[in-house]
Structure formats: structure tokens, C-alpha cells
Design a binder for this molecule. Structure first.
Ligand code: FAS
Ligand code: PHB
Length: 390
């Protein structure tokens, strides 16, 4: 097989890259380890920055998003028995849209298949070869056959457990990492959300987040111990803890309902530099991970590939390789901004059982300041709704 750009991974990064390349008249093939059903069902992120919405709508895959997504103009911070709204749109002129990552995946897969795109699901034994030549290739097994896909470039969009990075020689990458001593227990519940906007709660027993997916479906999270076994959290224990941490203001209760899905997500910050080696270009979770407190993961993945697609377009258009040469530098500027913001939100909102009292006072001060100072609230808001091109 031959194509111009071989893409490993059919998550938001890989699928959006393939879609943008198609719009630029550039061929690609996406190979994915999981089945189409699996990737379309996988419940993950829920918040799209203004820039991500503009990218999806501007590239012709935003029609259902505009119809079914929920535009939000603020978030609430809840602590010490108080609740404070951060009026993000009033402060920045931009908004977020709540629309499940799996819906973005469905829209991108539908668009690629309608355009005759090549998406190969359930591939195995992916091996990247000759990345330091002008004819790199991807070998894999698909439907019982060994396949060799020859390409000009390989895009490693295979997420935090991907293989792409492993084909780069030792010594090329610098890795930055921070593990957090807690995780998030997330649920999807058939319960009408008791909120119009997201509530982030800092409670002495730990963080909680009230989000949503539709007028019928709620998405909620609890900070739990890093090594939590989901079996320790039967439904009634989850609801009881969510009530404790969220029902801290008068005349307000959350809505419970059947839990449709639950899981534990570890929390870590992770960056690999550079995001490119020879003819391999890396994007999304394959090269950076953020704790989901800032709702940046999926948005960063989309921002990476918007840059990368432009760079490939310039190369195929007239052989200009400046944008390919500066891709990593330019993408990392946004990555580190999102890393800092995600770490800042996580540090301000999560509690450790043995939290240092001085730390606790710092948190209180930050929460009070961000809910009373227009300047500080604007800083939170512009990072949350997404900075324009940095
Ligand atoms: P992805 O991980 O989405 O996609 C990579 C794809 O590559 C996957 O489909 C995988 O199957 C495939 N792949 C891996 N190895 C392969 C191989 N060897 N061959 C072929 N294919 C291979 N972000 C938020 O903003 N908010 C959240 O609430 C949130 N919750 C999350 C919960 C979980 C459990 C996880 C894991 C992540 C969560 N994230 C969240 C982050 C998430 O949304 C990512 O940022 C986003 O999926 C990144 O997109 P991609 O880079 O495309 O990686
Ligand atoms: C979600 O709705 O899944 C969500 C929202 C905000 C976050 C993380 C996850 O910070």
C-alpha cells in the first residue's frame, strides 16, 4: 500500500488530521488498534474550547455539534459552603461547548468514510520503519494479512499507550512527568443534570465535578485515591460521596439516576520533547498528557493536528518545509500553556488527606482571589475557553 501520510491512531488527533489533510487534497491512511464500535463508544472528554468548535465547524464536521452541543458561558467554583460563577464569556468574549468526545469521533469517522477515507480498524503488530529516510513505512497485520504501508510521513497519534514513540532512538526525547497522588472516578448517569454550567468543587473530603452530556445524561467525577479499585465504589457509595461534596449550598440538590458507566482515570502531567523525529510527527496524547481538571486533553490534540495539517499542506503545496521544521516548537508553546493551566486548576481544587495546612490556606486564598478579582478570573477564563493561536 502507499499513501502520503500514514496515521497511527483513530482518536481525535488521528481522525482530525486525516480529515484536514483530505480537505487539503493530501492522501492519508488511518490505522487503529481497536474496533470502530469501541472507539465510538469510549467515553472520555466532554468540553470543547472555542477554537476546537471553530475548527470542527470550519472544516465542515460541526453540524451535529452545533445542533446537539451545549454552549456554556461560565463555570462555577464551589468551596467553603459558597458557590461562585466565573462569567467566562463576559470576560473573554469566547465560550465552551459541552459535546462528548465520542460524538466528535463519530462525526469524524462518518465524514472520513463519506469522503472515501481509508480507516483500517483492528490492526495489530504495528511497526514503524525507515523513519530517517524519505520513504518511511508502517508494517501491521490487518484481517489476517501482513501489510506494508509506504508513505512520505508518519503521524503518531496513538495516545498515551501508543507505540510510535518507541521507534525513535534513545537519547532523542526529553520527558517531563508529574504523577498526582489521586485519580478521578467518573460516572455517566441517566439523570437530568441539576446544573446549567459545570460545577468544580473543592471539599475537605476531596474534589468533585458536576458535568453533563445532554438534558438527560449527567457526567460526574470524584477525586479518589490513586490506586482505587472501582469495585470498592458501588453506586450508592458514589452518589453519597457526590452529595457530600457537592450539596454544600442551601436549596440545591443533585439529581441521581442509574449509572450507565463508571471508571477510574489516573492523573498525570506528561510531555515529550521534541514532538517530531525525521519523518515521524507526533500529536495529542502520544506526546502530552494533562490532568483533566482544565478540560484540555482533547482540545490540545485538535490544536496539534491543526498546526501539523497546515505544515504538511505547505510541504505538499510547494515543498516549503519551514512549518514542518517549526511544528514541534510552535505546538509545544500551546502544550506548556495547557500543562501549566491544568496543573494550576488541579492544585487549586484537589485536597490531599494529609494536606499541609499551609497548602490548604494557599488554596483558599487562590479560590477567594479567582472569585473576587476580575483580572484573576479573566486569566482562568481565557485559559479555559482556549487561548487564540499562541
Ligand atoms: P487517543 O488516546 O484518544 O487516541 C489514540 C488512538 O490510538 C486510540 O484509539 C488507540 O486505540 C489507538 N492506538 C493506540 N496504540 C495503537 C497501536 N499500536 N496501533 C494502532 N492504534 C493504536 N480529556 C479531557 O479533556 N477531559 C476528560 O474528561 C478526559 N477524560 C479522559 C478519560 C480517560 C479514561 C482517558 C484515557 C483520557 C481522558 N481525557 C480527557 C483525555 C483524552 O480526551 C485525550 O486527551 C484525547 O483522547 C487525546 O486524543 P488522541 O491524542 O487522539 O489520543
Ligand atoms: C467532562 O464533561 O467529561 C469534563 C468536563 C470538564 C473537565 C473534565 C471533564 O475538566
Amino acid at each position: 500500500m502507499r499513501t502520503q501520510v500514514g496515521i497511527v491512531g483513530a482518536g481525535p488527533a488521528g481522525l482530525m488530521l486525516s480529515h484536514l489533510l483530505h480537505l487539503a487534497g493530501i492522501d492519508s491512511v488511518v490505522i487503529e488498534r481497536r474496533s470502530r464500535e469501541y472507539v465510538q463508544k469510549r467515553v472520555r472528554a466532554g468540553v470543547l474550547e472555542q477554537g476546537s468548535v471553530d475548527l470542527l465547524v470550519g472544516s465542515g464536521v460541526g453540524e451535529r455539534l452545533l445542533r446537539e452541543g451545549a454552549r456554556h458561558e461560565g463555570i462555577e467554583l464551589r468551596f467553603d459552603g459558597e458557590s461562585h460563577r466565573v462569567p467566562m464569556t463576559e470576560l473573554t468574549g469566547r465560550a465552551i461547548t459541552v459535546y462528548g468526545q465520542q460524538e466528535v469521533i463519530k462525526d469524524l469517522i462518518a465524514a472520513r468514510l463519506a469522503a472515501g477515507g481509508q480507516l483500517l480498524f483492528e490492526v495489530d503488530d504495528v511497526v514503524l520503519r525507515d523513519l530517517d529516510s524519505e520513504e518511511p513505512s508502517i508494517r501491521f497485520r490487518h484481517e489476517g494479512r501482513d501489510v506494508e504501508l509506504h508513505c512520505d510521513f508518519v503521524a503518531g497519534c496513538d495516545g498515551s499507550h501508543g507505540v510510535s514513540r518507541g521507534f525513535v532512538p534513545d537519547g532523542v526525547f526529553t520527558t517531563y512527568e508529574r504523577e498526582y497522588p489521586f485519580a478521578w472516578l467518573g460516572i455517566l448517569a441517566a439523570a437530568p443534570p441539576a446544573v446549567h454550567e459545570l460545577i468544580y468543587a473543592n471539599h475537605e473530603r476531596g474534589f468533585a465535578l458536576y458535568s453533563l452530556r445532554s438534558p438527560e445524561i449527567s457526567r460526574l467525577y470524584l477525586q479518589v485515591a490513586a490506586d482505587t479499585d472501582i469495585a470498592e465504589w458501588p453506586d450508592d457509595r458514589i452518589w453519597s460521596e457526590l452529595r457530600t461534596r457537592l450539596e454544600t449550598v442551601p436549596d440545591w440538590t443533585l439529581n441521581e439516576g442509574p449509572i450507565l458507566e463508571k471508571g477510574v482515570t489516573p492523573m498525570r502531567s506528561f510531555v515529550v520533547e521534541p514532538m517530531q523525529w525525521k519523518r515521524l510527527f507526533l500529536a495529542g496524547d502520544a506526546v502530552h498528557i494533562v490532568p483533566p481538571t482544565g478540560a484540555k486533553g482533547m482540545n490540545l490534540a485538535l490544536a496539534d493536528v491543526a498546526l501539523l495539517a497546515k505544515a504538511f499542506g505547505a510541504w505538499y503545496d510547494g515543498g516549503q518545509d519551514e512549518l514542518l521544521a517549526t511544528y514541534s516548537r510552535d505546538a509545544l508553546r500551546r502544550v506548556w500553556r495547557a500543562q501549566h493551566f491544568s496543573w494550576w486548576m488541579t492544585s487549586m481544587l484537589h485536597r490531599l488527606p494529609d494536606q499541609d495546612p499551609y497548602e490548604r490556606q494557599l488554596q483558599r486564598s487562590a479560590l477567594r482571589y479567582v472569585t473576587s478579582s476580575k483580572a484573576y478570573a479573566t486569566s482562568l477564563a481565557e485559559n479555559y475557553v482556549g487561548l487564540p493561536e499562541v
